[in-house]
Design a protein around this ligand. Structure first.
Ligand SMILES: [Ca+2]
Ligand SMILES: [Ca+2]
Length: 830
């Protein structure tokens, strides 16, 4: 064994692109009111009920005001309320009465002298509303809650707003708050009022739990004003108004709404109107299009799964691997191909001092697509106890022979975020006959053994020896090796061969071989198994890069022959070998042709907590084409079906902090300690270019219920400076805002040009490139002003998320890069 990897002398500067900046924080939405719910009975009733409402009784009940004014009547109404059946649980302590309206009995004549002024004001209001709703038009409706997150299945069924007990935006706590508010309001009603208005009031309050709550309250964009009351369909609203208009002051503190309802149902309902009648309540519940697939991953018309991303790191030089230590600290260790490993903390910040810096030993180059370098990193399953981890990299041996080396290292006793540079203990070295196909995956199986994935050595078509390296069991190239790093071999090896390795007794075969017939497996991962049933646990998935025609995904089994170079994907590559009866190979679970992509990057089976819909999906991608794909197993046939993943949809990713663009070259996938899924990509695949980013997958259709995915990281002593994460990619909301502003500018410009007296004094707007993520035409908004974000008629938000300062200048670097023409000889792993 040659341990003499010579030091390389790179002239690399410090890692660029790790600028310190303020981290963008998500603003929390504080509602001025408590929100929606509705039970199944109510829901059914509304489905059955002929709208608008109990019209027949409308006029008479309007005159007989079901709401009793003021506190004097409370005793009486309380008795009435108690007489009415209570669908919600025990009534909570009475809330403070400050919300109780004092203007219930306000004389209606107070408003009449102001009517002409109000009329013009209402026109302005309508105009503002139109501007705001222009946003809604851009966004359309997608399931979203008032806290700007996707809906969820509550941990426990809701008791009050039980329309949404299976899926929506309320957990039990919120449901109880809504119930409490309902009973507070109902105190002002007599028995008849209960009967007449209870259902309406409950439904209106419960809309906060609707999976379309954000749309109903105009909360899809955190910058636009929030409604006080949900959008009601006009017939429903009229029925509600004619029967229960006196309840409006109990439901909202918005004076305009309070005033508008008096006498004038049309104006009130106009203010509560949503431009798209499919989305107003209760129509939204009746639309199969909107409710048919609620809670599952959204698909576009072609069946492409609509996921979104959150940018979590950037400025990395070909990030090839991201792993966690499994020690409860939830730190992430990100390896750059050049030979530097960085520590990222659970708060998203990066430590200024690298965990490991092997730049001077690792063999790498600035050439685009060079496959040599620091390639793999894995922590010992007992890392917490023994501080051991393992690395896989290219280096130069004697006479400048290239090789790969697998070493053990230890973390420093003094600093848990630093490797001890003197601790390296080489475990295995393999000479590489060519610069490509160097493998690079290291991982530990559930059996506690370390698995090493080597490439076939390089060149093309595995030309070495009589039938290539991969089919040659005396060679360590083109293999999955399995070793026990906790023992030593009798021949002086720094590892032990597990006794049940498949070829230990085969003459001429290397005993460390676990599987063979591999070309260049790039990224493998062990399935954690279903969080509940544990099904699938321990399966090992790999992407094996193809030669000229097919890329494949394999599940690795002991002793398996994965076919190369006899086969490429499902097809013969070397016809003689392919038709040899002794081949007995294992076919991939999925293969794709080079029209789809030219270099597979293996991924992970999603087993995280935050995106429950993704459970069981194997998500992977292609380095060259930048495509993201998923495989879904059919439980009966055990066959895997491919699903495309699309991220370009602005509508579904219109959540704060989410992006739908990414750098094209997908280098690797990763899982954090909690099981959430990421991928590592770059816009320029040179090991010296700090153009790599890390993205986290987010399912916009559904999230886990609040409180389910919380964990407490084990604290770590931090000695180095923390560098906060500063996002570079534009969020979908940023892009939509730009579109809206652009449209407003165009619109105001058009207005100006149509007025020749002013047009001469103004210059036209500078032309701005169209947003790359949307093919939508800017919506026409006559009369829209430059100040798009003025508060609408229903009040202003308490807080709005702040855009971190200084992002604009950096933005141009982010986003999906243009396809890069790589010379064919540099095709990575190809
Ligand atoms: Ca090689
Ligand atoms: Ca194969």
């Amino acid at each position: 064994m040659d341990h003499g990897c010579h030091r390389q002398h790179h002239t690399l500067g410090p890692a660029a692109g790790h600028p310190a900046a303020q981290q963008s924080g998500r603003a929390s939405c504080q509602l001025l009111f408590e929100g929606p719910g509705g039970d199944r009975d109510t829901f059914q009733r509304f489905r059955k009920r002929q709208l608008p409402g109990p019209q027949g009784r409308g006029s008479e009940t309007t005159s007989a005001n079901p709401v009793r004014g003021g506190r004097r009547r409370r005793k009486e109404t309380r008795a009435g309320a108690e007489g009415a059946p209570r669908r919600a649980g025990a009534r909570p302590e009475r809330a403070q009465r400050s919300r109780a309206p004092t203007m219930l009995a306000a004389p209606s004549r107070a408003r009449s002298p102001q009517a002409p002024w109000l009329l013009s004001a209402s026109r302005i209001l309508c105009l503002c509303l139109a501007v705001v709703l222009g946003w809604a038009g851009l966004l359309q409706g997608h399931p979203q809650c008032l806290d700007y997150g996707p809906p969820f299945q509550p941990l426990l069924p809701l008791e009050f707003c039980s329309d949404y007990d299976n899926f929506g935006c309320c957990d039990q706590r919120k449901d109880r708050r809504i119930a409490a508010r309902y009973w507070d309001i109902m105190e002002y009603f007599d028995l008849k009022g209960h009967e007449l208005c209870g259902g309406y009031i409950k439904d209106i309050l419960c809309q906060e739990c609707s999976p379309y709550a954000a749309h109903l309250y105009d909360a899809e964009n955190p910058r636009t004003p929030l409604r006080n009351l949900p959008g009601l369909c006009s017939d429903y609203c009229s029925a509600f108004h004619s029967n229960c208009h006196s309840a409006i002051s109990l439901l909202t503190s918005d004076r305009r709404l309070q005033q508008s309802h008096q006498k004038d149902g049309a104006r009130f309902c106009h203010l509560l109107n949503l431009p798209d009648q499919d989305y107003c309540f209760p129509n939204v519940l009746r639309s199969n299009h909107l409710t048919g697939k609620l809670g599952v991953v959204a698909e576009d018309p072609r069946g492409c799964l609509q996921l979104c991303l959150a940018e979590v790191a950037n400025g990395l030089r070909n990030p090839v691997s991201m792993v966690h230590a499994g020690d409860g600290t939830h730190r992430l260790f990100v390896a750059e191909q050049v030979g530097v490993v960085w520590v990222f903390l659970p708060d998203g910040s990066r430590l200024e001092q690298p965990f490991l810096d092997l730049k001077s030993i690792v063999l790498s180059s600035p050439w685009i697509g060079d496959e040599r370098g620091f390639l793999g990193l894995a922590f010992h399953p007992q890392f917490r106890r023994n501080r051991k981890f393992y690395i896989y990299y290219s280096c130069l041996g004697k006479k400048r022979a290239e090789k790969i080396r697998i070493s053990e290292m230890k973390v420093s006793r003094a600093d848990p975020n630093k490797a001890d540079p003197k601790s390296e203990r080489v475990i295995l070295e393999i000479e590489e006959p060519a610069s490509n196909h160097n493998g690079g995956q290291l991982l530990f199986g559930l059996d506690g053994y370390m698995y090493i994935f080597t490439g076939d050595g390089g060149q093309a078509g595995d030309p070495f020896g009589k039938f290539g390296n991969a089919q040659n069991k005396s060679s360590l190239l083109g293999k999955v090796l399995r070793i026990d790093v906790n023992g030593a071999g009798s021949g002086g090896q720094r590892y032990r061969v597990p006794r049940d390795n498949p070829f230990v007794s085969e003459p001429g075969a290397h005993p460390a071989i676990y599987a063979y017939g591999i070309r260049n497996m790039w990224r493998c991962a062990v399935d954690r198994g279903d969080p509940v049933t544990r099904k699938g646990r321990g399966r090992m998935f790999c992407g094996d890069v193809g030669q000229n025609r097919f890329e494949e995904i394999d599940i690795i089994v002991k002793g398996g022959n994965y076919g190369w170079r006899a086969k490429e994907g499902f097809e013969c590559y070397d016809k003689t070998l392919c038709h040899n009866s002794s081949l007995d190979d294992i076919l991939p679970i999925y293969a794709y042709g080079h029209a789809v992509g030219k270099s597979v990057t293996g991924g992970h089976v999603y087993r995280g907590c935050e995106s429950p819909n993704l459970n069981g999906l194997y998500i992977f991608g292609d380095f060259m084409s930048g495509r993201l794909m998923a495989l879904q197993e059919d439980r009966r046939t055990k066959k895997w079906k491919k699903r495309d993943i699309c991220l370009s949809n602005t509508e579904s990713c219109a959540f704060p902090g989410l992006i739908s663009t990414y750098s094209k070259f997908i280098i690797s996938f990763a899982e954090d300690e909690a099981g959430e899924l990421y991928f590592l990509a770059t816009s320029y695949p040179s090991a010296y270019a700090a153009r790599g980013s890390i993205y986290k997958f987010v399912d916009p259709s559904r999230r886990a219920p609040p409180g389910k995915c919380t964990y407490k990281p084990v604290p770590v002593k931090i000695k180095s400076k923390r560098i906060p994460f500063r996002p570079l990619a534009k969020t979908v909301l940023d892009l939509l805002k730009e579109q809206a502003e652009e449209a407003a500018r165009k619109s105001s410009n058009a207005t100006v040009t149509s007025r020749p007296d002013r047009a001469s004094s103004r210059k036209g707007p500078s032309k701005k490139p169209a947003s790359p993520t949307s093919s939508r035409k800017p919506f026409p908004r006559p009369g829209a002003k430059k100040r798009v974000w003025s508060p609408g008629p229903q009040g202003r938000r308490k807080q709005s998320p702040k855009t971190p300062p200084g992002r604009g200048a950096q933005r141009q670097r982010a986003g999906r890069s243009l396809p890069l023409m790589l010379p064919s000889r540099w095709w990575v792993r190809g």
